[in-house]
Structure formats: structure tokens, C-alpha cells
Design a protein around this ligand. Structure first.
Ligand code: NAD
Length: 338
């Protein structure tokens, strides 16, 4: 997909002059009277790196990138040396140079700092810009950012993802989008389609985050359930492969039992069969479940299993050596308690 805007708002700017000299790809776009819209990307971590990589390759748009970790930036520029990539020193510089900005940051405090902080996006945001935050954060923080961006004359959507690092790398992520209207969503979709397969409008601002934390709360609970079930069956003498095959053709079947079984040796591609390395970190699961529990408390909604599962993930995370493991390590933790 190629992004074009008819009006050149930064034609005389340093960003435009720099981008002109950077690559054959950008020269191709800049040679016509239309030009590719510059996209800013902040947060090139495990997810963001692959997302930005797909974005530049599929859209052909020039990128302005920023990350607190300079190593991530040099790795990205080295990989894309034949493309138009500029490194910005701060979020404010990204906002000055790009009219579409995507962020992929760890948690709510980082998002607040990057948008609302002293060197934040809001300090340099041009009117009419489009801001997409794909981090998993509190819905209330997403709403606050959207409000402040709206007051500055631009549009913000919360666009958290599911699909993990493999989905980010393959460009097959699901984006759950919250924003005030479908027109804004359609504008966002033209950008997000470069990084994902399913782009879903979830309703008003913050609803993307609501969809995301609800899904992850269910995943956290179902993984606990499968772990307890597999552990009990094995303890009672069942062959784990046979038990899994029965579950997966019976009513207990779910994604955690079938695709991501936590018992080692059942699904060769699952993290459990690879020492629980890779996958979705237990700290991220504990964080996402914490977001769900906070939202449940704020709205006085009972989430009994969610609360219990959250406590367990927190407990397991504190176990030495497990902090960086996949969240399905909960099975091993239970097994060790036998
Ligand atoms: P990560 O920690 O690997 O990457 C975050 C990046 O943000 C890092 O490169 C870090 O240096 C950068 N950063 C942090 N603070 C910054 C700041 N103030 N200014 C500029 N850069 C800053 O995290 P990740 O795994 O890529 O996850 C990002 C988000 O996506 C999280 O909210 C996570 O919950 C969500 N998510 C992750 C996965 C997954 O499997 N990893 C899956 C779905 C959703």
C-alpha cells in the first residue's frame, strides 16, 4: 500500500529535504507531485521493530523513528539502509517531522511520558495528524491521550494488537481500534493494514484497549485451567499426549490446550516444548491481567477467576528464573508443587 497526501505541509522543512536524499524508494515517491506521507514510529522493541519493518517495506513511506534504546534504532537503520529512515532525538521531533505517528511502548507510564511529557509528541504535533498507540495500556490513559490530541487539532486512536512477536514479524497482527468515529478508523486502517491482517473497529476511544484486556484476561484464565487440568491428569497417571488429544476432541478444548499446550512435548512449536522461551512473557500477562482487574474494580464488575489468575501469574513471575519465561510456565510451577 502506498500512502499519499495531496497537500505538502512540510515541503520546505528539514525532514522533507533529508528524506529526499535518502533512498531510491523515497525518490520514486517524491519525484511525482504527490508524496508519501512521513510516518513516525516510537518504540522499536520486540513488537515495534517488526511492525516498523513491515510498515516501511509495504507502505514505501519515509519513517522517522525514536526509541529510548539507541541500539534498537541503529539495528533498524542498518537493516533498512536502502530505505528512507531518519532517527529523531525525541518524541517532539518525531511529531514535528511526521503527520502519522505510531507508538508501541511497554505500559501506561511510558505512553503518558511519550505523549504528554516535557519532550512529548503533543509539544510538536501538527494539526490534522493521525496518532495511533498500539501499546497495551489502561483504557483511561488511552482516552486521556485521545482527548489531549483532539484538543491539539489532531486525531488519536487506541490500536492495541494481538498476535505476539510472530504476528508482528509476519505482518498478520489483529488491531483492535478505539476512536470517536468510523471515518478516523478508515484513515487509520490504511496505515495499519501494512502491519496486520485483521483491523477491527471496536467503538469509542478506549474500546480497543477494552477488547484487548478482555481477550487477555480470558487467555490468562484458560491457560491456568489447562495447566491445572494437565497437571492433575499427569499426576493421576494419564499419558499427557493422550490426555491432550482427548481434551482437544472434547468440550474442554481451547486455544491454550490445542495450539499452546503448556505441558512440554505436546505441541512442538509451543514455548513449553522450548524451555518456555519466546512467546508471550509472563510479566506481560501479569501486566495485562492487572489492567483488566483495575478496570473491573473501577467499574465494580466481579472478575473472580480473573483476580485469582492474576495473583497466580504475579506469584509465578516472582519465582527466580521465571521472570522472562512464557506465561505458560504456570504449568511447570504447578508441577513443581506436586
Ligand atoms: P518492549 O519492551 O520489547 O519494547 C518497548 C520499546 O519501547 C523498547 O524498545 C523501549 O526502549 C521503548 N521505550 C520505552 N520507554 C520509552 C520512551 N519513554 N521513549 C522511547 N522509547 C521508549 O515491549 P514489546 O514486547 O514490544 O511490547 C510493546 C507493547 O505491546 C506492550 O504494551 C505489550 O503489552 C504489547 N504487546 C506485546 C506482545 C508481545 O508478545 N511482546 C503482544 C501483544 C501486545
Amino acid at each position: 500500500m502506498q500512502l499519499f497526501v495531496g497537500i505538502v505541509s512540510t515541503r520546505g522543512s528539514a525532514a522533507f529535504r533529508n528524506a529526499r536524499t535518502l533512498s531510491q524508494v523515497s525518490r520514486r515517491f517524491y519525484s511525482s507531485d504527490k508524496r508519501a506521507e512521513t510516518i513516525g514510529f516510537i518504540g522499536l522493541g520486540q513488537m515495534g521493530f517488526h511492525m516498523a519493518n513491515n510498515l516501511i517495506r509495504k507502505s514505501g513511506a519515509p519513517l522517522v523513528i525514536h526509541d529510548a534504546n539507541s541500539g534498537a534504532l541503529s539495528k533498524f537503520t542498518a537493516l533498512n539502509s536502502d530505505r528512507s529512515v531518519e532517527i529523531a532525538k525525541s518524541p517532539v521531533e518525531v511529531a514535528e517531522k511526521a503527520s502519522v505517528i505510531i507508538t508501541m511502548l511497554p505500559a501506561s507510564p511510558h505512553v503518558k511520558e511519550v505523549y504528554l511529557g516535557p519532550n512529548g509528541v503533543l509539544k510538536g504535533l501538527k494539526k490534522g495528524s493521525l496518532v495511533l498507540d498500539s501499546s497495551t495500556i489502561d483504557a483511561s490513559v488511552a482516552q486521556e491521550v485521545a482527548k489531549r490530541v483532539g484538543e491539539a487539532g489532531s486525531v488519536a486512536l487506541d490500536t492495541p494488537v494481538s498476535g505476539g512477536v510472530p504476528g508482528a514479524e509476519a505482518g498478520t497482527l489483529t488491531f483492535m481500534c478505539g476512536g470517536s468515529n468510523e471515518q478516523d478508523f478508515e484513515r487509520a486502517k490504511k496505515v495499519l493494514v501494512n502491519m496486520g491482517k485483521n483491523i477491527v473497529y471496536c467503538g469509542s476511544s478506549g474500546n480497543g484497549q477494552v477488547a484487548k484486556i478482555c481477550n487477555n484476561m480470558l487467555l490468562g484464565i484458560s491457560m491456568m485451567g489447562v495447566s491445572e487440568t494437565m497437571n492433575l491428569g499427569v499426576k493421576l497417571g494419564m499419558d499427557p499426549k493422550l490426555l491432550a488429544s482427548i481434551l482437544n476432541t472434547s468440550t474442554g478444548r481451547c486455544w491454550s490446550s490445542e495450539v499452546y499446550n503448556p505441558c512440554p512435548g505436546i505441541v512442538p512449536t509451543a514455548p513449553s516444548s522450548k524451555e518456555y522461551d519466546g512467546g508471550f512473557g509472563i510479566s506481560l500477562m501479569a501486566k495485562d491481567m492487572g489492567l483488566a482487574i483495575n478496570a473491573a474494580n473501577d467499574s465494580k464488575t466481579p472478575v473472580l477467576l480473573g483476580g485469582l489468575a492474576h495473583q497466580v501469574y504475579h506469584q509465578v513471575m516472582k519465582t527466580t528464573g521465571y521472570e522472562r519465561k512464557d506465561f505458560s510456565i504456570v504449568y511447570k510451577w504447578l508441577n513443581e508443587k506436586n
